[in-house]
Design a protein around this ligand. Structure first.
Ligand SMILES: O=C(O)CCC(=O)C(=O)O
Length: 209
C-alpha cells in the first residue's frame, strides 16, 4: 500500500520510544465519563506508521445503509487477545497501559483494533463502543494515533450538548474511561482539508468492542 506519509514533517527523532504515562491529563466529561490525554506519548513513530501501513492485513468492509451496500470509509484489522501484534512497540504500549490503569480498570487491555484512514474522506460516524460489556459497564478504550492529525469528537449519547474536540496527532494517546462508551459517543469526521493517512490503534479489555 502506498502510504504518502510526510514522515519527516512529523517526527523530530528516529528513535521509537514510549514516554512515561505520568503526564496523562484527565478531563471529566460528565455523567461519569472522562478522557485522559497525553500528546506525543510515542516518539519516532514514522517507522511504526510505515510498518503498519504495509505489514497489517488491512480489510475493507461494507455495510448496508437503507437499501444500499456501501463501503465502510476506512480500512480495519483486529487482533484478539493472544494474537501476535504487528509491531513489538504495540505490545510495549499495551503492557504499559495495563500496568498504569491496573488499579482503576481492574483488568488488562487485551485486544487491539487498528483503523487506517487513507485521507480526509475516511471517517467513523458517531458511536460508542457498545458491542459487549461497554454497553452496561464502565470500561476503558485507549487509542494511540500515528500519522496525519485528525480530530476525535465526543458528545453526550444521542446528540445534543456541546461536542468536545480533541485533535489527535502523531504519537498522541487518548484514553476514554468511566461511562464514556455508554453515556457519550465519539466520531472522527471527514475533513475537506488536504489530509494524509492516519492509523489509530485501540486497546480494549476482553469483551469490549
Ligand atoms: O480513529 C479513532 O481513533 C477512533 C476509532 C473508533 O472510535 C472505533 O474504531 O471505534
Amino acid at each position: 500500500m502506498s502510504t504518502h506519509l510526510q514522515g519527516s514533517l512529523f517526527d523530530q527523532t528516529d528513535q521509537l520510544r514510549l514516554g512515561p504515562l505520568d503526564g496523562l491529563r484527565r478531563t471529566a466529561l460528565g455523567s461519569g465519563a472522562w478522557i485522559d490525554v497525553l500528546p506525543g506519548w510515542l516518539s519516532g513513530a514514522d517507522a511504526l506508521f510505515e510498518h503498519l501501513a504495509t505489514a497489517v492485513p488491512w480489510r475493507a468492509e461494507q455495510r448496508t445503509m437503507y437499501d444500499n451496500v456501501v463501503a465502510v470509509p476506512r480500512l480495519l484489522a483486529f487482533y484478539r487477545a493472544g494474537d501476535a501484534l504487528p509491531h513489538p512497540v504495540l505490545d510495549e504500549a499495551r503492557t504499559a497501559l495495563s500496568r498504569h490503569y491496573a488499579g482503576e480498570l481492574g483488568e488488562p487491555f487485551t485486544t487491539a483494533g487498528l483503523c487506517y484512514y487513507r485521507d480526509g474522506r475516511d471517517s467513523v460516524a458517531w458511536h460508542g463502543d457498545r458491542i459487549g460489556r461497554g454497553s452496561r459497564q464502565d470500561t476503558m478504550v485507549a487509542i494511540l494515533s500515528v500519522g496525519e492529525p485528525r480530530d476525535l469528537l465526543l458528545r453526550p449519547a444521542g446528540g445534543g450538548g456541546t461536542a468536545v474536540r480533541r485533535p489527535l496527532g502523531h504519537g498522541d494517546l487518548i484514553v476514554m474511561g468511566g461511562s464514556c462508551q455508554r453515556t457519550w459517543e465519539h466520531c472522527v469526521p471527514k475533513t475537506s482539508r488536504a489530509t494524509g493517512p492516519r492509523i489509530s490503534i485501540q486497546f480494549r479489555p476482553q469483551g469490549v468492542r
